[in-house]
Design a protein around this ligand. Structure first.
Ligand code: GUN
Length: 312
């Protein structure tokens, strides 16, 4: 028995382990079916362009996976691999060319960009209706204003909402959600999506006092801070739904010298005993991000024709 076990009230019924891999596969299957429908009924094939500058190995893997998934969905998929030394002007010219390419409905510029490039200027240069990352101010504003029909939503929080709906249904009325982390990519849009689903939302961040106590009042905890296993079992209300966005690589000497393993922002092994539903790492939120990128590209293609897009 560890010293804090007495503080932890365990959840007596078996927790739901939210299978992000399976749910992402069902999102992709729906994208594939809707893509066929769009092609048959409207003679339109969704197109995505992914732009990568430089040769960061992790980014290369992500970009390759995005291209493969887009092809599997039946999209036109183009990848622009640019030299590390590419100028801001040349990158902006490419974005402009893609903005004007009617066969391309989604544009993603892989981050991080080399230091000599102003990423914000590049992101804001993408046509908002092709901004499948959901980072353009127009899409940020649409989300904030609840203009959901045409908004492109950031992929990770949109994926988290689908996982959460598996656990709690569509309407989160009366529930308290605590989002830990306030990034523009996850924390802030996540809070907006939860608010739209009628949750009462608190955003906690590095200046928030007593985050454990705050979390203990939450029906839903979304952890997106990048601190390995920060959220402990005794931070959780028994039965809470826990969405772990963190992907942290930590040393794993138990697996052998120099070995590592992936952990989330939640101490899974202890949290799973208290939570009502929880996402594992890996296999929880991770696979959803790319699936939602595909769903966004499909949506952008539908909206480009003025047709109501399928909902995910
Ligand atoms: N790099 C890591 N994650 C992302 C993402 O979601 N979008 C973009 N554009 N770059 C990334």
């Amino acid at each position: 028995m560890t010293s804090n076990t007495s503080l932890v009230m365990e959840n007596n019924s078996a927790p739901l382990i939210i299978d992000g891999k399976a749910i992402a596969a069902s999102v992709v299957e729906k994208v594939q079916n809707e893509t066929q429908k769009l092609l048959k009924e409207h003679d339109l094939k969704p197109g995505i362009a992914v732009v990568i500058v430089g040769d960061d190995p992790a980014s290369q893997v992500y970009v390759r996976n995005k291209g493969l998934k887009a092809e599997a969905c039946g999209f036109k998929s183009v990848t622009h691999r640019l030299d590390e030394e590419t100028s801001q002007k040349d990158l902006l010219n490419l974005v402009d060319q893609l903005n004007n390419d009617t066969t391309i409905h989604g544009i993603l510029v892989q981050l991080p960009l080399p230091r000599h490039i102003d990423k914000d200027e590049v992101i804001q240069a993408i046509a908002p209706e092709k901004d499948v990352d959901g980072f353009h101010f127009i899409n940020v504003g649409k989300l904030g204003a609840g203009v959901m029909q045409t908004a492109l939503l950031p992929c990770t929080p949109a994926g988290c909402m689908i996982l959460l709906r598996e656990a709690r249904g569509d309407d989160l009325s009366g529930l308290h959600a605590v989002v830990i982390g306030r990034s523009n990519i996850v924390g802030k849009p996540m809070a907006q999506l939860l608010l739209q689903a009628n949750a009462t939302v608190t955003i906690a961040h590095r200046h928030t006092p007593n985050v454990p106590q705050l979390c203990r009042s939450a029906d839903i905890v979304v952890a997106a801070v990048g601190i390995p296993e920060m959220v402990k079992a005794d931070w959780l209300k028994p039965g809470a739904s826990v969405i772990d966005v963190g992907i942290n690589r930590v040393d794993a000497p138990e697996k052998g010298e120099g070995k590592t393993r992936l952990v989330g922002d939640v101490a899974y092994e202890e949290a799973v005993k208290v939570a009502g539903a929880i996402t594992p790492v890996p296999g929880g939120v991770g696979p959803m991000t790319i699936a939602l990128l595909m769903a966004n590209t499909l949506k952008a293609a539908y909206v480009s024709k003025g047709i109501e897009a399928p909902r995910f």
